[in-house]
Design a binder for this molecule. Structure first.
Ligand code: AMP
Length: 283
């Protein structure tokens, strides 16, 4: 079936009205500028589901900085080619006014799961994410929705929203796709100049230092963090925003490792903010 591209909620609902014919519906929510990480989510959806919907929407509600929203890449034609090539049936690429005809007065508020890490440094970010994802779930009504482990706090929040609000959608996590040097693929990587790109794997390396320390039996979070920070080269272009060890479900920081933890960090490389995380399992 050729790819269909629609811009309005009515068109999505009409295209997906015949549920019996369409079988299992998988949704892959994205902000576009698709790369091999997104492709992995779409491939997984195509494998599992008879009908795959990809949404492409740069959600203004989740941006805390106007410059980040303005410079977010939007290569729609290339994105559509990739979706077609991977076998998606429908792309929903709405304009902001379609999703927010007026500033929303009723939104989703995320509590403790959004308190630390990105939630602490990007005020309102996860409320914006949860709100748009809930809207997309209502618009598409998917059986399964695919989210990358690259955004681990987002994944934990979506899972919590599904549980707390009794949503009837299954959340399928997809492992992080990386460059050969470990850098997690991200739409923001294209902002990196060559020298910055060479420095960017420092975050993954620091998180791997935590993983190795935990695997080697170190349990004190402060010591693990100290070693990780030391693994980041001192360079004026690098600024560590946070590096934290958290419980994988609640995303609350832990002082001591007593089971699997997620090591998560945010690193500014020049004017580009990168995030990453690694699951760490004690011996
Ligand atoms: P975004 O377009 O950045 O909002 O991402 C859309 C989805 O793709 C989210 O569920 C992300 O977690 C996921 N994603 C982004 N980068 C990667 C990656 N490198 N590996 C796996 N999934 C990713």
């Amino acid at each position: 079936m050729p790819l269909r591209v629609v811009q309005t909620i009515d068109e999505v609902r009409a295209a997906l009205a015949d549920r019996a014919r369409l079988g299992t519906i998988g949704l892959v929510p994205t902000m576009g500028a698709l790369h091999a990480g997104h492709a992995r989510l779409i491939e997984r959806a195509v494998k599992d589901c008879r009908t795959v919907v990809v949404s492409i929407f740069v959600n203004p509600l989740q941006f805390d900085r106007a410059d980040d929203l303005a410079r977010y890449p939007r290569p729609l034609q290339a994105d559509l080619s990739l979706c077609e090539q991977l076998g998606a049936e429908l792309v929903f690429a709405p304009a902001p006014e379609e999703i927010y005809p007026e500033p929303p007065d009723v939104t989703v508020h995320v509590g403790e799961t959004a308190k630390h890490l990105c939630g602490a440094f990007r005020p309102g970010h996860f409320d914006g994410v949860a709100t748009v994802v809930l809207k997309l779930f209502h618009i598409v009504q998917p059986d399964v929705a695919y989210f990358g482990e690259k955004d681990a706090q987002q994944l934990a929040i979506i899972r919590r929203m599904v549980a707390d609000l009794n949503l009837s959608v299954r959340i399928a996590p997809v492992e992080t796709v990386r460059e050969p040097d470990g850098l997690a693929l991200s739409s923001r990587n294209q902002h990196l100049g060559p020298a910055e790109r060479a420095l960017a794997p420092a975050l993954f390396k620091a998180l791997c230092a935590v993983r190795d320390g935990v695997a080697g039996g170190t349990t004190e979070a402060a010591a693990l963090k100290r070693d990780a920070v030391e693994a980041i080269p001192s360079d004026e272009r690098l600024r560590l925003e946070y590096l934290e060890l958290v419980d994988p479900r609640t995303f609350q920081p832990v002082a001591a490792v007593t089971g699997p933890v997620i090591a998560a960090g945010a690193l500014w490389v020049g004017s580009t903010r990168l995030i990453d995380n690694v699951l760490c399992t004690p011996p």
